[in-house]
Design a protein around this ligand. Structure first.
Ligand SMILES: Nc1ncnc2c1ncn2[C@@H]1O[C@H](COP(=O)(O)OP(=O)(O)OP(=O)(O)O)[C@@H](O)[C@H]1O
Ligand SMILES: [Mg+2]
Length: 278
């Protein structure tokens, strides 16, 4: 059996805050004990309210930050960024998409150059090849060659998120960690981006970690769900398990905050699916 694309074992991340002139030092246990596995082509959704540790975990998964304790494995390979750093090949395999791509797009850089840049840094492709690949990727995310020479401010929020996704895919990663990628978008645009992500996942066999506080989005995109609260993993399971029968009081409460119709719709669909023999 091949190794999962992503695995963590008992990951912990503490932050030491304060201790300067103002007050006592204290420790924030941002992530307490997170173990997870994501197989190739699957989506793990991480849900939880603000401050539950989702982005902290995302930074560990993307090797931006090291865990205080525990292990991270990418395609079965143990990663220790403190000890060994992260090689280019490994860095390439894992890419991140943020809620607000505008913050990470250089306002003076044309979109074509934004997309070609990772190729210039990481590959020996010629300028013509880079251009070709960037244009191809623009098409894949639903933009056209006419967008190639435009600047970030000339795009809508949804289009900018398409650009961020295209950039993340330029080096053929196996894993995308998406931190609230549609939370800043209008509902109709959210749906388009979610559909695009689903299509790209199928086409490139991509593995996703999808962070969201929105259960209706999670219901749509997740294979597995992990619920976090104040650094603790409260619940983990398949989408069906977690949505149809939330075990933990916190998860039930989270569901109670979700529009009733959503939960009913999910239950009905699961019941229908269960009734049809596989
Ligand atoms: N660099 C840091 N230094 C100190 N504390 C931090 C740091 N980053 C995060 N924290 C703390 O860790 C906890 C988890 O934060 P994190 O940003 O991971 O939550 P989150 O689930 O992503 O929240 P949100 O939904 O608001 O994005 C919070 O208490 C936060 O204040
Ligand atoms: Mg966050």
């Amino acid at each position: 059996m091949t190794a999962p694309v992503l695995e963590t074992r008992h990951v912990v991340r503490d932050y030491h805050v304060g201790g300067g002139m103002f007050g006592k030092a204290r420790v924030v246990h941002a992530v307490k004990d997170a173990s997870l596995k994501v197989e190739r082509g699957k989506t793990l959704a991480i849900v939880g309210e603000s401050g539950s540790g989702k982005s902290t975990l995302a930074r560990i998964l993307t090797m931006i930050d090291a865990p205080t304790a525990g292990e991270l494995l990418i395609e079965g390979e143990a990663v220790d960024i403190r000890r060994h750093g992260v090689g280019k090949d490994l860095r390439r395999k894992v890419q991140m998409v943020f809620q607000n791509p505008y913050g990470s797009l250089n306002p003076r850089q044309k979109i074509g150059d934004v997309l070609a840049e990772p190729l210039a840094i990481n590959t020996t492709m010629s300028a013509a090849e880079r251009r070709e690949r960037a244009q191809q990727m623009l098409r894949k995310v639903g933009l056209g060659p006419e967008h190639f020479n435009r600047y970030p401010h000339m795009f809508s929020g949804g289009q900018r998120q398409r650009i961020a996704i295209a950039r993340a895919l330029m080096l053929n990663p196996s894993l995308l960690v998406l931190d609230e990628p549609v939370s800043a978008l209008d509902l109709s645009v959210q749906a388009q981006i979610l559909n695009l992500l689903a299509d790209l996942q199928d086409e490139f066999q991509l593995t996703y970690v999808f962070i969201s506080h929105d259960l209706s989005v999670v219901r749509y995109i997740a294979d597995d769900v992990m619920v976090m609260y104040l650094g603790d993993v409260m619940e983990q399971g398949t989408r069906e398990e977690v949505f149809a029968n939330p075990q933990h009081p916190y998860t039930r409460q989270l569901f109670a905050a979700t529009p009733r119709a959503d939960v009913d719709h999910i239950r009905a669909r699961l019941a229908k699916r269960a009734a049809v023999p596989a």
